[in-house]
Ligand binder design. Structure first.
Ligand code: ZN
Length: 392
């Protein structure tokens, strides 16, 4: 195996790097040539070498041919020298031309590495955030990262394995903000993944689609690499999305109904899961609870009858402030955006606007078929919880 070793000899003014640091960046040996090492350069070389598959900055395992580039301090400046060693005996093979060639490869590798890293780490574009995207269930996307998670070996049959996919964009809603994960498929000519859990890293904005695939066991070793940069079809399960969107919208109708009943309490939590959805507010219901519940139920039904259109828009935080806190100062808009991105997605359901990242139905009238209604009210320790759901 040929190892490419690159070493930079600098004037004595350069800082000598502790051996431990060098070992942490690679196998480069200190003192072999009595040289001084530039850490940044070595890190670059190490990264580039790994990316180029060169096993760079090798230590020259005894008996193997070891080829490296060194920069030697010459009289008038620096010489770039290709050095080859075999079993510890070292000779300068050539000056300049090959040295420059190797360094050129390093720079190219570094550029490619940076491009690759920015590509891999790019936040997933969430298509459902726009109004049109909210209703778009299918899209083409490019695979940025593919990983097989488990590998149950069944040599004579197709294997069903867990897979994780990260894409440049998606129509799938990741679990969060009180809304469960979308389900669906991601497919191409190589495989069809049945996605059962979509998650988002809030720090990086990267969405991970996890699911299972069934592929011939012979293709198992190559699937990760062949999926890279592959164009895939993303399809959201329409029935699951529909019910989740209804459930989330129905939760917002509770907000609007509460406002209609003059109970302008700050919303603190929304649980839009089908196993018992509810919304919570900070505060208390002053009047008779049963009376209030009847009033709330009526207001809710009326808002559904009125068939009020849902709107979704992303606006600057100043505008969001005036839209959402028009009636009562219930939202701290700054919590929904950052200095780098001062824009907030505002959803208006039944005329009531608030910051929201979920998916919704087009109008309150669409909640009629399943008979969404208010089901109960509980006030405890300064928390008002309104249970809601489809008709039993
Ligand atoms: Zn919401």
């Amino acid at each position: 195996m040929i190892q490419h070793r690159i070493q930079l000899d600098l004037p004595p003014t350069a800082r000598r790097i502790p051996k431990s640091l060098l070992q942490s960046v690679g196998d480069a040996r200190v003192g072999e040539h009595g040289g001084y090492y530039a850490p940044a350069f070595l890190v670059v070389v190490e990264v580039v070498g790994l990316l180029l598959g060169l096993d760079a900055v090798g230590g020259g395992d005894g008996g193997e041919l070891d080829v490296g580039v060194e920069v030697w301090e010459g009289g008038a400046g620096f010489d770039v020298v290709v050095v080859a060693s075999f079993a510890g005996a070292e000779v300068a093979v050539t000056h300049c031309v090959w040295g420059v060639y190797y360094l050129g490869l390093c720079v190219l590798g570094l550029v490619l590495a940076c491009a690759k890293m920015t590509d891999d780490n790019q936040a997933t574009e969430l298509l459902y955030l726009t109004y049109d995207g909210n209703f778009k269930l299918e899209t083409e996307a490019t695979v940025l990262h593919c990983q097989i998670i488990s590998n149950v070996s069944k040599p004579d049959a197709d294997q069903s394995v867990r897979i994780e996919l990260q894409l440049n964009q998606t129509t799938m809603h990741p679990q969060g903000g009180g809304q469960p994960t979308d389900l669906g498929t991601i497919s191409c000519d190589l495989m069809e993944a049945h996605i059962d859990k979509v998650t988002i890293d809030r720090g990086t904005g990267i969405v991970t689609h996890a699911g299972s695939i069934s592929i011939p066991h012979g293709d198992m070793d190559t699937i990760e690499s062949s999926m890279k940069s592959k164009s895939v079809q993303v399809s959201v399960d329409p029935c699951n999305r529909r019910i989740l969107s209804e459930c989330h919208t129905a939760g917002h109708v509770v907000d609007a109904a509460m406002a209609k009943c003059q109970a302008l309490l700050p919303p603190t939590k929304g649980y839009h899961f089908m196993d018992g959805p509810y919304v919570e507010y900070k505060g208390n219901i002053i009047e008779n609870k049963d009376e209030f519940l009847d009033k709330l139920k009526q207001a809710y039904c009326q808002l559904i009858e009125e068939d009020i259109k849902t709107t979704i828009e992303t606006v600057h935080m100043d505008e969001a402030e005036s839209i959402c806190n028009r009636v009562a100062k219930n939202f701290t808009i700054a919590d929904f955006c950052t200095e780098e991105n001062p824009y907030v997605r505002i959803v208006s359901v039944a005329g009531f606007s608030c910051p929201c990242g979920g998916t919704h139905v087009k109008s309150t009238g669409e909640l009629k078929e399943r008979g969404w209604c208010v089901k109960g009210l509980r006030c405890k320790k300064g928390v008002v919880r309104v249970r809601y759901g489809p008709k039993d």
